[in-house]
Design a protein. Structure first.
Length: 249
């Protein structure tokens, strides 16, 4: 019996999340159509705009394999549900009283990473090359990236000569990944997620870039030169939700 690989499972989950986003866009279109026909008033329906946090959270959960990705997806769903319950008058919620919980959550993440031996994310530039490769908790050299920026900016340079893809997430912030000093063999897949934020990818001129992203009130932009051959392919997949993803040399 054929056993489904990790890539196949992720592709299936990505297709599910694309269907979910398509349903969201259709629902918005129907909403405004009914408003034009004077059947409903969009002003009343727009009170439920926090649904977009829930949809974005679900999309992230379906398109990630990292702990940070799952955490962000669950956080998005939690924020959306909380805001809707508040608007319905079911709960009494004040952001002024709750924002310290964000600091507590960030501090807990830093402590967790420190105790488990993981590298803590930091602002600035992180150089990843053959002499200073990032290592996972097992001490194995890693050629993939896992970059997350929330309410801030993150810039990273990648110099590994065996790049294998990874995951880049920007939520109300920005991520810049400079891979012009890197190389790969064959094909690598990079999953991106930009929600009210931006992701910039700088790639070598000998890489062929294939965009397979889904923009939702956002955009994917590719500004690379045509390489001499297709021996090195970078496939960029993911979502730009009210945000942008740019790939250039």
């Amino acid at each position: 019996m054929h056993k489904e690989t990790i890539d196949e499972r992720r592709a299936n989950r990505g297709a599910t999340s694309q269907v979910l986003m398509g349903v969201l866009v259709i629902a918005l279109g129907l909403l405004f159509l009914l408003d034009n026909l004077d059947i409903i008033h969009v002003r009343d329906a727009l009170a439920f705009w926090p649904l977009i946090f829930i949809f974005a959270g679900v999309a992230k959960l379906l398109d990630t394999t990292t702990p940070n990705g799952y955490l962000l997806g669950l956080a998005g769903i939690g924020i959306g549900v909380t805001m809707i319950l508040q608007r319905l008058g079911i709960i009494d919620f004040s952001w002024r009283a709750a924002w310290p919980l964000v600091l507590i959550a960030v501090g807990a993440m830093v402590v967790y990473r420190a105790m488990t031996g993981q590298r803590t994310a930091r602002f600035g530039v992180v150089v990843l090359d053959d002499k200073d490769k990032m290592k996972d908790t097992a001490g194995v050299e890693a050629q993939s990236v896992d970059v997350t920026a929330v309410l801030g900016g993150f810039e990273r340079r990648v110099h590994t000569q065996d790049f294998r893809g990874g995951e880049v997430t920007a939520v109300m912030g920005g991520c810049s990944l400079d891979m012009r000093g890197a190389s790969m063999t064959g094909e690598a897949v990079l999953h991106v997620f930009a929600f009210w934020g931006g992701v910039t990818l700088k790639v070598p001129p000998d890489w062929t870039v294939v965009l397979q992203g889904t923009p939702i009130m956002g955009g994917f932009d590719e500004k690379t030169v045509t390489p001499p051959d297709n021996s090195k392919r970078l496939v960029v997949r993911g979502y730009a939700i009210m945000g942008g993803v740019e790939v250039r040399n």
